[in-house]
Design a protein around this ligand. Structure first.
Ligand SMILES: Nc1ncnc2c1ncn2[C@@H]1O[C@H](COP(=O)(O)OP(=O)(O)OP(=O)(O)O)[C@@H](O)[C@H]1O
Ligand SMILES: [Mg+2]
Length: 268
């Protein structure tokens, strides 16, 4: 299983939207795909049409089981939701916020998600982790558990703000916690491709970072349908199969499969 953290501490840059639609496109390509909601906002969970009521077992229950010495493997396996579009989901809700506080006083607090995901790694080819907009202990867990980071960047003038801190954090995690971690690519999102502003942000970021980090060729355009799909409980592949933005997410999945050499594992 190749694990990928969708990360940027800036809010509203398209992390969750890209997790849903890239995930659906990877599933459509036949890959066994697991999506992990690792944001107390629970946006990935609601985008896929599930409620975030606290009666539902969520990732924070599995963390609780792990920290309390209970059977976390059973807990994580039982909570997995099977979405109609073929991808699976480990859901989250606001309880994860309380868990974040608890994790902070726990030994090796950045490694807990790694431990949980080991229980399911043989069942999937690829796993995308949707991070909350911060660089706190939850996103650090996601980076520690991941082989790659995808950095969605909104193409407005503030896009590069915070990139230095984000990349420093990725490097620090690679040095201290997970030497397997690499940046899979910077992904331009919410692009208004005809505008001078979008074009200048894309060229500025490309000039500043292309020597050190991969940048996806695929650019995700800003379109109303992306928000509408979020309210429908489905990805764009189901909600708007013929739309340009949908094709872009399929292209992104193909770029990622090629770049990371992701294969369907034989399940004889
Ligand atoms: N390509 C797009 N075109 C138009 N709207 C979009 C697009 N991608 C995302 N949005 C909208 O922008 C808002 C933010 O997107 P999203 O929730 O994916 O960002 P995020 O980075 O996950 O946010 P947060 O940091 O709060 O978790 C949402 O209302 C979403 O519907
Ligand atoms: Mg989000």
């Amino acid at each position: 299983m190749k694990t990928i953290a969708m990360i940027n501490q800036k809010g509203g840059v398209g992390k969750t939207t890209s997790t849903v639609n890239l995930g659906a496109a990877l599933a459509k390509r036949g890959l066994r795909t697991l999506l992990v909601d690792f944001d107390p906002q629970g946006n990935l969970t609601t985008h896929l049409g599930y409620s975030t009521v606290s009666e539902r077992e969520t990732v924070s229950d599995a963390l609780d089981a792990l920290l309390s010495g209970r059977d976390y493997e059973k807990c994580i396996k039982n909570m997995i939701l099977h979405h109609a579009e073929g991808m699976d989901l480990i859901p989250a809700n606001l309880d994860l916020s309380g868990m974040e506080v608890r994790l902070q006083s726990t030994m090796a607090c950045e490694k807990k998600l790694t431990t949980l995901l080991k229980c399911v790694r043989d069942n999937y080819d690829v796993c995308l982790i949707d991070c909350q907009p911060s660089l706190s202990v939850l996103p650090l867990n996601a980076l520690t558990a991941s082989d790659y980071a995808i950095i969605p960047v909104q193409t407005n003038v503030l896009a590069v703000q915070g990139m230095v801190d984000l990349l420093k954090t990725v490097h620090a995690v690679k040095e201290e916690l997970n030497d397997n971690l690499d940046v899979a690519g910077i992904l331009f999102t919410l692009a208004e491709e005809q505008t001078v502003q979008t074009q200048s942000v894309i060229s500025m970021v490309t000039m500043s970072y292309q020597d050190d980090y991969p940048i996806f060729d695929t650019v995700i355009p800003k379109v109303v349908k992306a928000g509408e799909a979020a309210a429908s409980g489905h990805s764009l592949l189901k909600y708007a199969p013929g739309a340009t933005v949908t094709q872009r997410y399929i292209n992104l999945a193909d770029e990622l499969i090629y770049k990371l050499d992701i294969h369907e594992k034989e399940t004889a």
